[in-house]
Design a protein around this ligand. Structure first.
Ligand code: ADP
Length: 230
């Protein structure tokens, strides 16, 4: 479960979050959509325990992230935008590093290599990976700890269409296992039919909920604010 209430955040005089309240449920993939600068990344970073809020509350798996950051972080896994890894480490070594960091059994490394189609690239250095493979390695690190909450910031951007589809089905599988999955995206059309809920973020607030089965441009006609927002 993810819950934020009246989150506010400012950078200097710029109010980035202006009372942002959202919830995402267990067993569901929830999209957070909105144009550049709407506040999606800021919200995700706060939920991941990496960003501060000026006021409001944020809970992950029932834990107050702002008060009990470390405890909350043990319940979540976060894939930021534009992941980067040490270029000289192989995929397997990168995953070994994260397994140690998160206290994960090394036995899961082969499992996540398989899930992300990286088994054949396991010994390749991260510095030699294409953008798409690097993103799949990011996805593997995300899935390494078996935790109840997954946060993903624009995870589809550097993936090819086949892997965008696989990403969605991987996330649906994780949700089906009871996890709460929150994904930011502006690749709306591609997510049509692939999520359980879709929240629209604009100017630092949630302005409404959109039917996740009507995200293609031709289906958006009935959603006036979405036409402007994304
Ligand atoms: P989104 O993910 O929806 O594109 P962001 O959360 O990244 O939006 O950014 C929201 C606003 O906050 C933008 O106007 C951005 O310029 C501003 N912002 C984000 N991070 C910082 C920062 N570290 N310092 C100053 N302004 C920032």
């Amino acid at each position: 479960m993810i819950l934020t209430e009246n989150l506010t955040q400012r950078y200097g005089r710029h109010e980035v979050l202006r009372g942002l309240s959202l919830d995402a449920r267990e067993g569901e993939v929830t999209l957070l959509i909105g144009s550049n600068g709407a506040g999606k990344t800021t919200t995700l970073r706060i939920l991941a325990g990496l960003g501060r809020a000026s006021s409001g509350s944020a809970r992950v798996a029932g834990i107050d992230v702002l008060r009990h950051r470390r405890r909350a972080q043990r319940q979540l896994s976060y894939l930021p935008q534009g992941v980067a890894f040490h270029p000289r480490l192989s995929c397997r070594q990168v995953l070994g590093f994260y397994a140690r960091l998160r206290g994960v059994d090394r036995g899961r490394i082969d499992h996540v290599l398989d899930l992300t189609g990286l088994a054949v690239h396991a010994e390749k250095r991260a510095g030699k990976l294409s953008g798409g493979l690097r993103q799949r390695l990011g996805l593997a690190t995300l899935l390494l700890p078996d935790v109840p909450v997954l946060l993903l910031d624009e995870p589809g951007l550097s993936l090819d269409p086949e892997w965008r589809g696989k990403l969605q089905s991987l996330l649906r599988d994780e949700a089906a296992r009871g996890k709460t999955v929150l994904v930011t995206t502006h690749l709306l059309a591609e997510w049509e039919g692939a999520a359980d809920r879709c929240l629209s973020c604009r100017d630092g607030r949630i302005e409404g909920e959109v039917d996740p089965d009507r995200l293609r441009p031709e289906n958006r006609i009935l959603i006036p604010f979405l036409k402007q927002a994304v």
